[in-house]
Write a protein that binds this ligand. Structure first.
Ligand code: HEM
Length: 222
């Protein structure tokens, strides 16, 4: 069994670093998509003006956090919890997560390149990173013009699917998936192994210490 520390991930659940990154990014994504939705549906209102004025800075923050999360995820890859359920479902979850990461990196990266090379200057939290002036370089601005909005909405659809699946695991299947990202461990057994297979790696392991403190049942061989 890989050792569960407070900070690192383990097969029993996600450590503090992963959970803080996950929930902080979830909140910031709510904010970011609120600014994008207001930009479309409430243009030129005061609330849109306020939220849209934060779109660049929150977007850059999300970009930095996803890079950090990617590095942390790779460092913890071998000891992370396995996906629950039959192999096909677990494979779909792996693919879905890979796509989420890809878009979480590509969507802000395209916009940052455009902002840096469109000649209008680029500020984050009031800090001028690129001064205005010069001409726009279409090699760096066109990809975002074509794709930033479209891929941004695709990311929103994937995030909605991700939330729906998390709720399905927590409320319908009542397995350990949601617990691992909230509490960091679970005392729920692993679902989907019986008759469905499961994904092999890791699987359910009890909270560190549970094994030592749980009362032992009668020994059937005694
Ligand atoms: C993960 C981070 C981001 C997400 C999810 C996101 C999402 C979106 C979405 C969905 C739209 C479409 C709104 C519409 O249809 O009008 C949009 C537009 C826009 N975003 Fe972002 N964005 C992010 C980061 C950034 C960053 C970092 C910048 C600037 C550095 C930026 C600049 C813009 C601009 C200028 C537009 C309007 C033009 C366009 O649609 O391409 N965004 N964003």
């Amino acid at each position: 069994m890989a050792h569960a520390t407070r900070w690192a991930d383990s097969p029993a659940g996600y450590g503090l670093v992963s959970r803080i990154l996950h929930w902080a990014m979830a909140l910031l994504f709510v904010w970011q998509f609120a600014s994008a939705l207001l930009h479309v549906f409430a243009e030129d209102t005061r609330v849109e003006g306020f939220f849209w004025s934060t779109h660049y800075s929150v977007g850059v923050t999300l970009w930095l956090l996803v890079l950090l999360r990617g590095v942390w995820g790779l460092a913890n890859l071998r000891r992370r919890p396995a996906h629950e359920g039959p192999a096909l479902e677990a494979g779909a979850a792996t693919l879905g997560h890979a796509l989420l990461y890809l878009l979480m990196i590509v969507v802000p990266s395209l916009a940052i390149l455009r902002a840096a090379f469109n000649g209008r200057g680029f500020s984050v939290y009031g800090l001028q990173l690129v001064a205005p002036g010069g001409t726009a370089n279409p090699t760096f601005t066109e990809p975002a013009n074509l794709l930033h909005g479209f891929l941004g909405w695709t990311l929103l659809a994937l995030v909605a699917g991700h939330v729906a699946m998390a709720l399905y695991h927590g409320l319908v299947r009542k397995d350990a998936t949601l617990d691992r990202m909230t509490k960091g461990w679970s005392d729920k057994g692993r679902q989907g192994l019986e008759g469905g297979g499961g994904t092999g790696r890791g699987a359910f392991e009890p909270r560190p210490g549970l094994l030592r403190t749980a009362p032992l049942g009668p020994n059937p061989r005694a």
